[in-house]
Design a protein around this ligand. Structure first.
Ligand SMILES: [Zn+2]
Ligand SMILES: [Zn+2]
Ligand SMILES: [Zn+2]
Ligand SMILES: [Zn+2]
Ligand SMILES: [Zn+2]
Length: 321
């Protein structure tokens, strides 16, 4: 609002005869003015020629000015004040904003939901509404529209991620991994307290020792009915847990392990320019979680832009970050 001046119209009256004998011209039509006129910023206008830059209709009473243009107060509101994503009205005061730039009046806070998947404010304007899953998740219609749910779709996501991670020297044998698609309640049950909203998955590993030969059986649990990019990102995270359990003998601190797994989600998504990929990277970056968020930021700061092998070597020689 700083650039905005708030003024009232000055209406000057003039006798029909010109007081000074000098002709007064309207700034808008350049024709002589006879009778009442308006003075704004030193310029004179016919009363019906002082026009709003938005609707082009004459302004009477109060007006706003911005960048040397004049507006009705209503037109100004419409053009320059942020719109509330819930009630559609202009916001002239306190508001809340989600990480996608959606703004809402502060007083809607208690009545709105955020998507449990992408964190957008759920409303008709922002997400075309949303739905509630049986397991309690509130999901916006953008995420709902992009959801995958068949084991076939999840399995092809797994193969896709495994193929991509090969380029980074991370190798997985698909036959040792079984994939389970679960509801939020099932995921919380299998992962016990280790469930994190920003991860959406969990991996259970069974190590069998036969003589001095170790073999691994992994089960990856992934949340059902999430968009494919979120499923891929989750699978990338879980695959890194598998890589760590197969390649690192010592125990890593949760911060280093979860941070590294989130870093692999980032590595997997970084050259993907879809909106979902950008949103997930943003979530990784901005997560307030002390383990997942802080861990990711630590790993990212230390290894992003460096040889990937330096990251893997660090995991082999260090237990914490
Ligand atoms: Zn005029
Ligand atoms: Zn107007
Ligand atoms: Zn509102
Ligand atoms: Zn969503
Ligand atoms: Zn994890």
């Amino acid at each position: 609002m700083k650039a905005v001046k708030f003024l009232f119209l000055l209406v000057a009256f003039l006798l029909v005869e010109f007081a000074s004998g000098q002709e007064i011209k309207c700034k808008y039509c350049q024709k002589p003015i006879v009778g009442d006129y308006i003075i704004v910023d030193g310029f004179k206008y016919h009363r019906n020629h002082f026009l709003c830059a938005n609707c082009n209709k004459p302004i009477e009473g109060k007006y706003f000015t911005k960048n040397d243009k004049y507006y009705h107060d209503k037109c100004f509101e419409l053009l320059f004040l942020p719109k509330c994503a819930v009630c559609n009205k202009s916001i002239n005061g306190e508001y809340l904003i989600d990480s996608f730039g959606n703004k809402i009046h502060k007083h809607h806070e208690a009545e709105i939901d955020r998507c449990d998947n992408c964190n957008r404010i759920i409303s008709e304007n922002t997400t075309n509404g949303g739905i509630k899953y049986i397991d309690g998740r509130k999901i916006c219609n953008i995420c709902y529209g992009n959801r995958i749910n068949s084991i076939y779709e999840y399995k092809s996501a797994l193969s896709k991620v495994i193929t991509r991670l090969k380029d980074y020297g991370l190798h997985f044998s698909e036959s040792s991994i079984s994939l389970k698609i679960v509801s939020l309640s099932e995921l919380q049950r299998v992962s016990e307290s280790r469930y994190s909203k920003s991860v959406r998955g969990f991996t259970h590993t069974l190590i069998k020792t036969l003589g001095n030969k170790k073999s691994f059986e992994h089960t990856i649990y992934v949340l059902n009915m999430i968009p494919s990019k979120y499923a891929e990102s989750t699978i990338a995270h879980e695959l890194m847990h598998i890589w760590i359990s197969e390649n690192i003998a010592k125990k890593l601190t949760p911060k280093l392990e979860e941070g590294s797994c989130n870093y692999i989600s980032y590595i997997y998504l970084k050259s993907d320019y879809s909106q979902d990929a950008k949103d997930i990277i943003k979530q990784l970056k901005e997560s307030p979680d002390k383990i997942y968020g802080d861990g990711y930021r630590k790993v990212f700061e230390r290894f992003n832009g460096r040889e990937f092998s330096q990251f893997l070597n660090y995991l082999k020689t260090n237990a914490s970050i």
